[in-house]
Design a protein around this ligand. Structure first.
Ligand code: MMA
Ligand code: CA
Length: 331
């Protein structure tokens, strides 16, 4: 801003002086002005003067040249060296900044490491403590489990003993209850039979202990007699109790009569027609029977005295059919 181009400078410089002075100055000749001002004019020989002038001019030129050379060299040098430090300084500043930053981050890192270390040690200590606690708890639990097992074993033994006792008691009580039930049922049946409004058996059938019986009027072989009963939704009499045996004996009144027992399937294995297990019921064999005379006696008769005898199935005897009684129907 302050600097102006050469033309302007020139203008400003010459505007200070009036135009006339400038003309006068331009017209001035250096020789005339020097000659006029020099008091030594005429005293010194002109050759020496010119030599001195030449030498001084030469010296001035040399000095000026040297100065110019030096100045340009210095300025070049300074311009070069001035630019470099600037970049160097900025680089240095950058590096310093980076270093400071690095220092800071290093401090931060150190702090973080120290924190991590302390956290780690805390964690380790905690883990150690909880490990010890865990071990203790585990040991306690093991002990508890073993105690529980032992208790359970004792309880199991006790339970087994109690269960066995209970089973025995149950069997006893079941038998007693069955006996009571039987007696009770019999009493009901008897009551029902005595009740004129109750008809537990169809006409022509006799009621006895919950069942209906029909004594045949004719005689047939065992198979025909068996079929006759089946046709009447009944079966040949099955004798399970003393009462039934006595009832049967009283019914037949000394006549030979087929009952529902045979060993037709396997010799010596006596089967009741309704599937009742013959080994579980009392048998009323006559003395010396069954003898399977002539290897041909597989059906059972009640003799005149009611006792049982194995006889040939082809014999014709009277027979007794048996069937469950109807529930009591009152009008
Ligand atoms: C006799 C006796 C029985 C046999 C019958 C056959 C009367 O009893 O020997 O064992 O089954 O005869 O009728
Ligand atoms: Ca016989």
């Amino acid at each position: 801003m302050e600097l102006k181009n050469d033309d302007q400078n020139f203008e400003e410089f010459h505007l200070d002086q009036p135009r006339g002075d400038r003309k006068k100055q331009e017209n001035l000749k250096p020789e005339h002005s020097v000659q006029a001002a020099d008091p030594m004019r005429g005293k010194c020989p002109p050759l020496v003067f010119y030599i001195l002038l030449g030498v001084s001019i030469l010296l001035s030129v040399v000095v000026l040249g040297t100065a110019v050379i030096l100045f340009t060299g210095v300025s070049e040098k300074t311009s070069l060296s001035l630019a470099e430090p600037r970049t160097n300084i900025s680089q240095l500043e950058d590096i310093t900044q980076m270093l400071s930053k690095m220092k800071m981050s290093d401090t931060d890192l150190k702090m973080e490491i120290s924190q991590l270390k302390s956290t780690d040690s805390e964690l380790f200590s905690e883990m150690k403590t909880s490990g010890v606690d865990f071990k203790m708890e585990l040991s306690q639990m093991k002990q508890n489990v073993s105690e529980l097992f032992s208790e359970m074993k004792t309880a199991d033994d006790d339970f087994k003993m109690e269960f066995t006792q209970l089973k025995r008691k149950f069997t006893e009580w079941s038998a007693k209850l069955a006996a009571i039930e039987n007696k009770f049922q019999q009493q009901i049946s008897d009551l029902q039979q005595n009740d004129p409004r109750c008809t537990p058996c169809a006409t022509g059938w006799r009621y006895f202990e919950g069942k209906c019986y029909q004594f045949s009027e004719s005689s047939k072989n065992w198979h025909e007699a068996n079929l006759d009963c089946f046709s009447k939704q009944s079966y040949l009499i099955v004798i399970r109790t003393n009462q039934q045996q006595n009832f049967m004996k009283a019914t037949i009144m000394g006549q030979r009569c087929w009952i529902g027992l045979n060993d037709l399937t396997v010799e010596g294995q006596w089967n009741w027609v309704d599937g009742t297990d013959s080994k579980a019921t009392k048998m009323f064999w006559a003395s010396g029977e069954p003898n399977n005379e002539r290897n041909n006696e597989h059906c059972v008769e009640a003799r005149f005295d009611g006792k049982w005898n194995d006889a040939p199935c082809t014999f014709d005897f009277r027979w007794i059919c048996e069937r469950p009684s109807f529930p009591c129907v009152t009008n």
